[in-house]
Design a protein around this ligand. Structure first.
Ligand SMILES: NC(=O)C1=CN([C@@H]2O[C@H](COP(=O)(O)OP(=O)(O)OC[C@H]3O[C@@H](n4cnc5c(N)ncnc54)[C@H](O)[C@@H]3O)[C@@H](O)[C@H]2O)C=CC1
Ligand SMILES: O=C(O)[C@H]1O[C@H](OP(=O)(O)OP(=O)(O)OC[C@H]2O[C@@H](n3ccc(=O)[nH]c3=O)[C@H](O)[C@@H]2O)[C@H](O)[C@@H](O)[C@@H]1O
Length: 442
């Protein structure tokens, strides 16, 4: 099958590479010249484990091509995937400008019957609107059929997820188009669910909203655990053993970030609001998350009346491990608060430093390694649970920081282990360990 993928971000590039890997001839199209230049040379412009090898392999085997030329991309494709961004508007609704631009370009260049697959996350009703837009602008006498095929991959394990996802959802009003898209996806070996278009669009938002709800729920339980003397890790394990609840997405911490949960929960609030439905539960999920992203700062303020001039290290900047993505990361919320208080901030992340520099500029110091970030600091905040960060021996904090005070937003260390060292350790949903030296100072 001759496939074009419009948009080469986390979703588009991974989709394009994996569709090539299962035997299709794939052209990846993007409006970003620099990105396309890099990809042509086999350089992956994002950090995504396993992607570069697969991309190079498929370029070499002449199944994968890159272009910035819309005509070349669209003119002769059998199927066109739209995987452009749908960022958040100021009011929380999804910005559909890029999807609409792609749809208009497709209408302009396509010269034969084609299926357009919308992979971007778009509000319910968007596929129908895009179908109408295309019908209005396409050449007469050809059929361009829109199919919804939302994406469920996670950043950091995107390639793995493409081949091991739980389900593939295909929303279509046209049986023939649905069966062609199902056929394309067959080699992935993942169960396929076929629905009408609006249900497919809703499945995507409902899935993300449900996962966000699980996280805010466990974070609320964690906050109560702290006050009643329970341990959230044991509580999460205990409830997760109930098959009706399940063990996943019950890790308490400093809230969800990333390019999807924050924006998709807000977009679903808008979708509900547009039909005059007040989605009270989701509103609370968002509110809890905003509070949770500030948790380490709030805890620090309970211990220090002022952070002015304090030497602090922030370990981890990405919104989760194994990605360079810092969109809506809890690190940025924390760092802004620390800078407002005039703390001296040193940061470290194994792969997100470049992205962080473009946001934080020279307002912070950038360390070369996790351990060098600790040298001479008074306080450390653990924000992202990269292995490199989780594996720092507790003795290293003592060696590098003298009287370490650790605020751990991801519960990386065992409390009994921490107690063996002269460390003050404050985590999430567990008892605080306040070392005698800090008690004396206070
Ligand atoms: N990032 C993720 O883990 C997931 C994202 N999604 C959804 O997939 C969509 C894409 O997300 P990301 O890949 O993160 O976006 P991204 O922001 O990483 O990449 C979007 C790409 O589209 C390109 N683009 C913009 N307008 C274009 C046009 N008219 N024609 C061709 N290319 C164009 C941009 O230059 C950019 O390279 C969004 O709707 C998102 O909600 C869904 C599941 C997972
Ligand atoms: O629509 C999307 O873009 C994607 O959003 C999420 O994927 P992603 O944002 O890459 O990452 P997750 O692993 O889901 O983590 C999201 C956030 O939740 C946090 N989280 C996750 C799980 C948990 O138990 N606790 C927790 O705090 C993570 O630290 C991270 O900040 C979904 O998991 C994907 O299925 C979906 O396709």
């Amino acid at each position: 099958m001759k496939i074009t993928v419009a948009g080469t971000g986390y979703v588009g590039l991974v989709t394009g590479v994996c569709l090539a890997e299962i035997g299709n001839k794939v052209t990846c199209y993007d409006i970003d010249e620099q990105k396309v230049q890099k990809m042509r040379q086999g350089i992956v412009p994002i950090y995504e484990p396993g992607l570069e090898e697969l991309m190079k392999k498929n370029i070499a085997e002449e199944r994968l091509f890159f272009t910035t030329d819309a005509k070349t991309a669209y003119e002769s494709a059998d199927v066109i995937y739209i995987a452009v961004g749908t960022p958040e508007n100021e009011d929380g609704s999804a910005n559909l400008t890029y999807v609409e631009e792609a749809a208009l370009a497709i209408s302009h260049y396509v010269k034969k019957d084609t299926i357009v697959v919308i992979k971007s996350t778009v509000p319910v009703g968007t596929n129908d609107r895009i179908q109408a837009l295309i019908n209005e602008h396409k050449l007469p006498g050809i059929e361009i059929t829109v199919v919804s095929n939302p994406e469920f991959l996670r950043e950091g394990s995107a390639v793995y997820d493409m081949f091991h996802g739980d389900r593939i959802v295909i929303g279509a009003n046209d049986e023939r188009a649905a069966s062609i898209i199902a056929e394309i996806n067959k080699p992935f070996g993942i169960p396929i669910i076929q629905t009408d278009i609006r249900s497919a669009e809703m499945i995507k938002y409902a899935a993300n909203a449900f996962l966000a709800t699980k996280i805010s729920f466990i974070n609320e339980i964690a906050n109560i655990c702290e006050k009643v003397g329970a341990n959230i890790d044991d509580v999460a394990y205990g409830i997760g053993q109930d098959k009706r609840i399940g063990p996943h997405f019950l890790k308490a911490g400093i809230g969800y970030g990333g390019s999807c949960f924050p924006k998709d929960t807000k977009a679903l609030m808008q979708i509900a609001g547009n039909v005059h439905y007040q989605f009270d539960l989701l509103e609370s999920v968002i509110k809890v998350n905003n509070k949770q992203q500030l948790l380490l700062y709030t805890k620090a303020k309970e211990i220090f009346s002022s952070l002015r001039g304090k030497r602090v290290a922030v370990l981890g900047l990405a919104f989760k491990p194994n990605t360079d993505d810092i969109r809506e990361a809890a690190s940025l919320v924390l760092i802004q608060k620390l800078l407002n208080e005039q703390a001296e901030v040193t940061v470290y992340d194994p792969v997100a430093m470049e992205n962080a520099k473009s946001v934080l500029g020279d307002s912070v110091r950038y360390a070369r390694s996790a351990i060098s970030a600790l040298a001479g600091q008074e306080v450390v905040f653990i924000v992202t649970e990269w292995d490199e960060i989780k594996d720092i021996p507790l003795s290293t904090y003592v060696d590098e920081m003298k009287e370490p005070i650790i605020f751990d937003g991801r519960n990386c260390y065992d409390l009994k282990e921490v107690e063996k060292y002269p460390i003050t350790y404050i985590s999430v949903g567990r008892r605080n360990i306040i070392h005698a030296s800090l008690v004396e100072k206070r």
